[in-house]
Write a protein that binds this ligand. Structure first.
Ligand SMILES: [Zn+2]
Ligand SMILES: [Zn+2]
Length: 168
């Protein structure tokens, strides 16, 4: 759980207050390790009292646990995911339709961080932009064991001609 105590901040228009949380993915978000990040996270940011609203923004730093789409190798990488959200006090005159509501002296950012991480999960994961993937013929990881398989696809109209070519 990540709760920011805003008892003082909410009294002081224009003031800002920084926050930071450290812990495992599970400790901070309650997710049982099924997110694409693993190990320890660092969540840092700032809450600002803008008068009508409290604006909270921050950054989540951690280590990705991904699987390469091309060569299927697990790899890790340092990642940073940003988030920002505005809050209005329950019952206040502020009517910003996008603002979330808070009550009392604490704002819980657990759900915001959890959602920011889910949204930021890469759709494509490559261990390296230059990853050469697996050989479709022999299955070798071509980053590690370049094989000599012939994988160029041949136009079916030319396949008949290919038969006439000398075999390697
Ligand atoms: Zn790869
Ligand atoms: Zn091969």
């Amino acid at each position: 759980m990540m709760k920011i105590n805003i008892a003082q901040l909410r009294q002081a228009i224009g003031a800002s207050q920084s926050f930071s949380f450290h812990g495992t993915v599970e400790e901070l978000t309650g997710e049982a390790g099924e997110l694409w990040l693993r190990g320890r996270l660092e969540v840092t940011g700032e809450a600002v009292n803008t008068g009508r609203l409290l604006a909270i923004s921050g950054e989540i730093k951690g280590e990705s646990a991904l699987n390469c789409d091309r060569c299927l190798t697990d790899f890790t990488r340092e990642v940073a995911v940003t988030f920002s959200e505005t809050f209005r006090e329950e019952g206040s005159a502020a009517t910003d339709p996008d603002a979330l509501v808070y009550h009392g002296d604490e704002i819980d950012i657990t759900e915001i961080v959890r959602e920011a991480l889910i949204v930021a999960e890469p759709l494509k994961a490559l261990c390296d932009e230059e990853c050469r993937g697996l050989c479709p013929v022999c299955g070798a990881n071509r980053n590690e064991n370049p094989c000599n398989c012939v994988t160029a696809s041949i136009d079916p109209r030319l396949a008949a001609l290919e038969k006439l070519l000398p075999k390697q």
